[in-house]
Design a protein around this ligand. Sequence first.
Ligand SMILES: *Cc1c(COP(=O)(O)O)cnc(C)c1O
Length: 348
Amino acid sequence: MAGWQQELKEAVTSADELARLLPVDRCTVDRVAERYPLRIPRYYLQLIEAPGDPIWRQCVPSTAELEPCAELCHDPLSEAGFSPLPGLIHRHPDRALLLVSASCPMNCRFCFRKNRLASGELDFRFSDLEKAIGYLENQPAVREVILTGGEPLLLSDLLLGKLLKQLQRLPYLQLIRIHTRVPAVLPSRITEQLVSLLRRHQPTFLNTHFNHPRELTAAAALATGRLADAGIPLGNQTVLLKGVNDRGPVLEELFRGLLRLRIRPYYLHQPDLAAGSGHFRTPLDQGMQLMERLQGRLSGLAIPRHVVDLPGGGGKIPLQAERLLRSSSGLQIRAANDRLIDYPDLEH
Ligand SMILES: *Cc1c(COP(=O)(O)O)cnc(C)c1O
């Protein structure tokens, strides 16, 4: 058994065990975990420094998850409605998602698929995935397949290799993308063997999911450095989470730290409206203000797009406060510090 598989086996999954390691109430954790299962790798657990800190909030069950809220729902992006076959989500013409694994090394408390994962409706078989790949054979518009889940890199190298090979045979496919939280929660999964497997299936892009600068450990740097050295382009998707990373200096440190690891910040997501995750929400306005303050202060390479994925399947929409002001005397653009600067635009 590889080291990462051993680590996975040793992840904390019971309230009893968690209560031995952290000052939590066993019964409360149990009650929440019955609805939304608990799983924390020991690697991630040891990043916690204090109760309620940004690492803790992402992984320790909280009673706030059980609070009902009318705005929150089971499937906030209506993914079920865009699923022509089990395991496949096809909303945009040129990209499709393949949900290759319903489990994760860590069950993030803010997960937007937490309800669908907990219900078991995303437990697909490998034969389902093969059928989904068959569907893509007749979809000339689909140029990119995104492997997600759950955690796609929980597949064994053997199965992942099989999947990548089948994908590469698709006549119209130009690009494979992997969305993974493994570098942040189980970096030992990024073995030399995995990297050489990915390297054989180019072009493959990989998006990591780091939410806090304290996740950028030496182990994470080693894992992502291997991927970057293999020529795999790296992006990062962060979710803006209340009490975790909803402050300018935290985001700045995270984005700068990612760049040093050769990871390009790609998206800053508003949390989706998933039941059991409402306590992580921040107002859209606050996110926009945070991003405005980073714009211009940070290298353009460090600035992700701030997006909201619209309820009901409306897709991801970039958020930006209005910057163009038109008047009879011409056009002004609102620059940093709200300074208004005249801009000599062309006539349309
Ligand atoms: C987010 C998402 C994608 C990928 O979108 P990008 O903007 O290309 O990163 C594709 N399909 C679905 C259904 C998605 O939700």
